[in-house]
Design a protein around this ligand. Structure first.
Ligand code: GLN
Length: 535
């Protein structure tokens, strides 16, 4: 394609409608037609990135290969499309303003008064176009966080209005709304959608395509009514009914011609409908996989979105093992020595989740002890790995006071220590060990067998690390350091070879598991959990 085309995905009526899933599905469908695509997210909050946000505020923080802490929607983009996102795929109001203010301080604006329009809107537009130009994408899909009518999304919508005007046919707007069903009246209501489109029109944006989220099927009469009231072609009104799995959404969108509607609007030729072969194979396999494997998530955030990528990775791994993964959240703050057996009862495998700070730490250590001594398949991720290491020090090496420096600054047995380059850092935002790093796997280790290669790359997000001073003691007692960073020599993976599956990774493998390329560690872990269940 000669020029990059731009698709803006906006939302109306309420939040949490799944703009991220719709954006990912659009990406998936265009990819299937041979286009080179990327997906970008604008978040209207003032934080520079979500790295400093509590998961209760914004769910999981997803990390890109180049070390940007981003919104969890980027995880959907990667899981659906296998693209690799970067810093340029995630922007916030904070980052936009910071860039503009930095330019102002440098004197780049030559004495002008800096204003929301044009300076902030220009910076937004620059970030949209730059992404397309730099990489010669056919399509840049830009999802705007929040809901039309929010005060903070106004500059983003103004930038879209201008871009649509400047780019003509090369830019379209897909607007996602909600059609509620009123039980008492037994009616589906389109008025909120009409209002939301009016709101968008009042800003000067005419949506080209509407996607209506609904819990009940919408008949043609309703779709026609929406089309007529909103100035949108009938074949450009698509419905997105609730489905058993988010992974079914692309197929549903394709069946209704969302990709055809986009290409028509943009003036691209429309070839035969692509097959989505491997994707459909995955869905078929998933539908058949009804036997359950129960995996416990030991963590402190009782919120689905907090461990989003871990949940998706385990769920994908279930499908590839022809099982349905049932995830059981186990609040680590509530785990005690007395109740741990009861809390973990009936679980075929346990994941000890990542996290920060003191809260719920001891519960993770107790869980790691229980699963190690009862030979239950266990996967420790980041803080989870660190707590496996602490537990081993306390109960096998005999250091009662062993801890991570993060939790106890004074312990002599700081088996998890602050990284050298982290010691003088005072700014919390964006300063951890972030992004992809190489790791060399030890020949003959279990993880080597799983990856089937010796050099891997995985993404990190932490300040603390395994303390190499204790390495020999660990190795002698049976916990092996089987993955190392080739430059810094940091320990990235520990495992206990004699157990069914007891592996801790300092990195976050969950950021790299996708629907079509499930992560080998998750696949093997779930496989072992299934075997464990059978016994
Ligand atoms: N809090 C730990 C650290 O900073 C682990 C971080 C994590 O689990 N992502 O090292």
């Amino acid at each position: 394609m000669a020029e990059t085309k731009y698709i803006f995905v906006t939302g109306g009526v309420v939040s949490s409608l799944g703009k991220g899933i719709i954006s990912s599905s659009i990406g998936k469908l265009l990819q299937a037609r041979g286009y080179n695509i990327t997906i970008q997210k604008f978040d209207p909050y003032i934080n520079i990135d979500p790295g400093t946000l509590n998961p209760y505020e914004h769910g999981e923080c997803y990390v890109t290969v180049d070390g940007m802490e981003t919104d969890l929607d980027l995880g959907h983009y990667e899981r659906f499309t296998d693209i690799q996102t970067t810093k340029a795929n995630s922007l916030t109001t904070g980052r936009i303003y910071k860039a503009v203010i930095d330019k102002e301080r440098r004197g780049d604006y030559l004495g002008k008064t800096i204003q929301v329009v044009p300076h902030i809107t220009d910076e937004i537009k620059r970030n949209v176009k730059l992404l397309g130009k730099k990489n010669h994408y056919d399509f840049v899909i830009t999802e705007i966080g929040g809901t039309v009518g929010d005060i903070e999304s106004t500059p983003f919508l103004e930038a879209i209005r201008q871009l649509k005007w400047e780019l003509g046919k090369d830019a379209i707007c897909v607007h996602l709304t909600y059609v509620p069903y009123l039980k008492a009246a037994q009616e589906l209501k389109t008025k909120p959608t009409q209002h939301s489109v009016k709101e968008l029109q009042s800003i000067g944006i005419q949506p080209d395509i509407l996607v209506l989220r609904t819990e009940k099927h919408l008949n043609d009469g309703i779709l026609k009514k929406v089309a007529a009231f909103c100035n949108v072609d009938f074949d450009c009104v698509i419905q997105s009914e609730d489905l058993p799995s988010i992974y079914e959404v692309p197929v549903n969108m394709q069946n209704q011609g969302l990709d055809v509607a986009i290409l028509k609007k943009i003036g691209e030729p429309i070839d035969a409908k692509p097959g989505l072969g491997p994707w459909k194979n995955f869905l078929e396999r998933r539908a058949k996989a009804t036997e359950e494997v129960r995996i416990g998530l030991v963590g402190k955030y009782d919120l689905q979105d907090a461990y989003k990528s871990i949940r998706e990775s385990l769920s994908q791994a279930g499908t590839y093992n022809d099982h349905k993964t049932v995830l059981v959240f186990v609040n680590s703050e509530k785990i005690t020595r007395e109740n741990v057996a009861e809390k973990l009862e009936g679980l075929d495998g346990v994941v000890i989740c990542p996290g920060f700070g003191q809260r719920g730490i001891e519960g993770k250590v107790i869980a790691a002890h229980y699963t190690r001594t009862h030979n239950i398949p266990t996967f420790g991720i980041c803080l989870g790995m660190q707590m496996m290491v602490v537990e081993f020090a306390r109960n096998v090496l005999g250091y009662d006071d062993a801890n991570s420096r993060e939790i106890d600054e004074t312990t002599e047995h700081n088996v998890i220590d602050i990284m050298e380059e982290q010691k003088n850092i005072t700014n919390m935002g964006g300063t951890m060990r972030l992004g992809a790093y190489e790791c060399i796997l030890k020949q003959g280790s279990r993880v080597f067998d799983m990856y089937k290669e010796s050099i891997i790359q995985e993404r990190h997000r932490h300040r603390y690390e395994f303390n190499n001073e204790f390495q020999q003691e660990y190795e002698r007692a049976g916990m092996k350091c089987v993955g190392r960073n080739p430059e810094s020599n940091l320990v990235e993976i520990v495992e206990i070879p004699g157990l069914k599956w007891y592996v801790g990774t300092q990195f976050h493998p969950e950021y790299q598991s996708t629907v079509l390329k499930p992560h080998p560690l998750f696949v093997d872990f779930v496989k072992t959990a299934i075997e464990n269940k059978k016994k």
